[in-house]
Design a protein around this ligand. Structure first.
Ligand SMILES: [Ca+2]
Ligand SMILES: [Ca+2]
Length: 70
């Protein structure tokens, strides 16, 4: 779905994880989405959360984030 390298995925994660706690929460996603047309790499936020949050805790860890873009 995307051509990001591992380093780019990590950079994107760090950009969205504004408080730097290693998890992307919905609030952080919304903040990011407001500046980016509610999309991440062209994926709609709602679809992104559904696809990336594999354990359903409504937080996206770097591991989940990586496997989504892998
Ligand atoms: Ca965070
Ligand atoms: Ca999760």
């Amino acid at each position: 779905m995307s051509e990001l390298t591992g380093a780019e995925v990590e950079a994107l994660f760090a950009k969205i994880d504004t408080d730097g706690d290693g998890e992307i929460r919905l609030r952080e996603l919304r903040d990011y989405g407001q500046a980016n047309d509610a999309s991440i790499q062209g994926v709609r936020l709602a679809d992104f959360v559904r696809g990336a949050d594999t354990d359903g805790d409504r937080r996206i860890t770097l591991t989940e984030f990586r496997s989504y873009f892998a």
